[in-house]
Design a binder for this molecule. Structure first.
Ligand code: ADP
Ligand code: MG
Length: 240
């Protein structure tokens, strides 16, 4: 119980921290970008133009890190839209395939084609969650193997299963998943799972993990959804 309390408290602190970081740091990055851009224009020598290009690239990279990990932290503003799960899963897979292939990994996706599954939430955040989990799957495998993504629908609940054939986790690692800054990677941030858990919680769902050390891991994103037969939806659309 104490461990859980500490975890919750840490999570709250980091969420606040994340919110202020993304606000406080994004602005100076944008301002610097503008000035460097101006310095590189007009009279600047070739060398200066090159330095400016590098500086701009690095600023963009920093912004990207903030976008990747901290967009969820926007304190007030939260979009609530209909999310078509099939579409978003397909989109996330399209985004992740180049990274997988670069690492010699195949991505297999099987959707339930006859149905639409609609959930409520923020599409961008949901994308972030899917990508964070798929990315971990890729990083857990040593340049070969498969990630299998399949959907399973039961009684208004959709399971999005993301199964890898990677290193797996010990029970201790599983317990620490989602804890801010928990990472076993040299260049890890330990923010990916924390972000993912908080996004799915915000959609009234949860994440279930099964993992076998040395064999692989399956992350199941479990969400309350509304299911529609595809035909019904296209009829409705053609009427409007
Ligand atoms: P990071 O990827 O930056 O380390 P995450 O929060 O995404 O941070 O993941 C935290 C840790 O959880 C990882 O360092 C790894 O130890 C473990 N982990 C997450 N996903 C997997 C997976 N699919 N297979 C094995 N370990 C995983
Ligand atoms: Mg990660």
């Amino acid at each position: 119980v104490l461990q859980k309390l500490v975890k919750a408290e840490k999570l709250q602190i980091v969420s606040h921290l994340a919110a202020s970081i993304s606000h406080e740091v994004r602005n100076p990055l944008t301002v610097s970008r503008g000035f460097i851009q101006m310095l590189s224009e007009g009279e600047a020598t070739q060398a200066r133009k090159e330095y400016a290009t590098i500086a701009l690239q690095e600023l963009d990279r920093a912004t990207e890190v903030i976008n990747d990990y901290l967009t969820f932290a926007k304190p007030a503003f939260d979009i609530e839209e209909n999310i078509n799960i099939n579409e978003e899963v397909q989109h996330a897979v399209n985004v992740i395939i180049p990274l997988a292939n670069m690492n010699g990994i195949q991505v297999k996706l099987s959707l339930v084609e006859h149905h639409h599954y609609l959930a409520k939430g923020d599409k961008k955040k949901f994308q972030q969650c899917l990508i964070n989990i798929m990315k971990n799957g890729i990083e857990s495998m040593e340049n070969h193997g498969e990630i299998n993504i399949h959907l399973d629908y039961k009684d208004t609940t959709l399971h999005i299963n993301i199964q890898d054939e990677g290193a797996g986790m010990t029970q201790e690692q599983i317990n620490r998943l989602g804890e801010p800054y928990f990472t076993t990677k040299e260049k890890g941030t330990g923010l990916g799972m924390m972000v993912s858990y908080s996004i799915i919680k915000g959609m009234n769902g949860h994440i279930h993990v099964t993992s076998e050390h040395g064999k692989g891991t399956c992350f199941s994103i479990i969400l309350p959804v509304q299911a529609y037969k595809k035909k019904l939806i296209s009829n409705t659309l053609s009427l409007t």
